[in-house]
Design a protein around this ligand. Structure first.
Ligand SMILES: [Zn+2]
Ligand SMILES: [Zn+2]
Length: 318
């Protein structure tokens, strides 16, 4: 199967860099016949160390809660953050901005962009990188393949994915025409800082660490890394895609439907990742609700031909 057939069909409005603009690696493709070399570094040492230090500190800060203690209100905020955090990454950054799986107004699009900056990052940065992941999944130009090693796939690509900002902007060129999204691309940290200040003002240190930092680590940081790694390694594949993508029930429970990753790689333009009965997809339920109240519209779903292909597919279960 042509690797790009479905990608071309589903992302016709989402231009990607042509092949020469992605740096072709000169290092050998395979070390052991399967493992791939990591992309060449494009960031300075300071650009790598700053986010790495931030992630280490975010893991250490919750340990201070053993000394300070917590209140039920802190844990209520922790629980309350779960759906907004999963939604902002899975439904907004991924299904909306990266794959244009539904439509909305420009004003609500901007609100969604602010939401994603509160919890994960800006739409243009995520979209550019994610489209390049689809374009080169599990090849040497992928930005986070398990074939490049566990640590690189899980953390390394967060610090240095081998892409330049120009490549990211080019891959998300349908979004760069919006000045408000470009502003978020430059100042992605502003909404998160404001939210943290508000939580601190309301509930103090323990609410900030429990309700924002700990939930960010557990949900927003490790959630997408879980998909990037475990959903490119399993054997549960409905569709014979030319990559290693697989479906994982437990990831879909954890991330409200984002674990149906083999379905997603076969037909990425769908607002629904669970194509079949039993493939639970909480994010799609939320999107249907938002469409019903008029905030979004034109949710795209897989055509019957894709459903039929899945029924006849590999159907191997991990
Ligand atoms: Zn993937
Ligand atoms: Zn995707």
């Amino acid at each position: 199967m042509d690797r790009n057939n479905h990608w071309k069909l589903e992302t016709a409005n989402c231009p990607l860099p042509s092949a020469p603009e992605i740096q072709v690696m000169e290092t050998p493709i395979a070390i052991d016949g399967r493992r791939l070399a990591r992309p060449k570094k494009t960031r300075s040492r300071a650009q790598v160390l700053a986010p790495a230090a931030g992630i280490v500190i975010a893991h250490l800060l919750p340990l201070t809660l053993f000394y300070t203690g917590t209140r039920w209100q802190d844990w209520a905020v922790f629980v309350g953050m779960y759906v907004p955090m999963v939604f902002s990454v899975g439904a907004v950054l991924h299904r909306y901005f990266s794959h244009r799986a539904f439509k909305t107004s420009r004003a609500f699009q901007f609100m969604l962009g602010i939401l994603t900056c509160c919890f994960f990052g800006d739409p243009i940065g995520f979209t550019g990188k994610h489209r390049i992941h689809h374009r080169y999944s599990d090849t040497r130009n992928d930005v986070h393949s398990p074939r490049q090693g566990f640590w690189y796939c899980w953390f390394g690509s967060l610090f240095d994915d081998g892409l330049t900002d120009d490549q990211v902007l080019h891959a998300a060129s349908d979004l760069t025409k919006y000045p408000e999204l470009m502003w978020l691309h430059r100042y992605f940290y502003v909404p998160a800082l404001i939210l943290m200040a508000v939580i601190f003002a309301i509930g103090g240190y323990t609410m900030l660490i429990t309700g924002y930092v700990l939930s960010w680590v557990v949900i927003t940081l490790h959630g997408p890394c879980t998909v990037n790694y475990f959903c490119h390694r399993g054997k549960s594949r409905r569709y014979a895609t030319p990559d290693d993508s697989s479906n994982r029930l437990w990831v879909s429970i954890y991330l409200l439907g984002e674990g149906w990753h083999n379905n997603h790689h076969y037909y990425p333009g769908s607002a629904r990742a669970g194509f079949f009965k039993g493939e639970i997809d909480g994010l799609y339920s939320i999107l249907k609700f938002l469409a019903r109240v008029g905030l979004i519209r034109d949710l795209r779903v897989p055509p019957q031909s894709v459903i039929e292909a899945g029924r006849k597919g590999e159907q191997t279960c991990a």
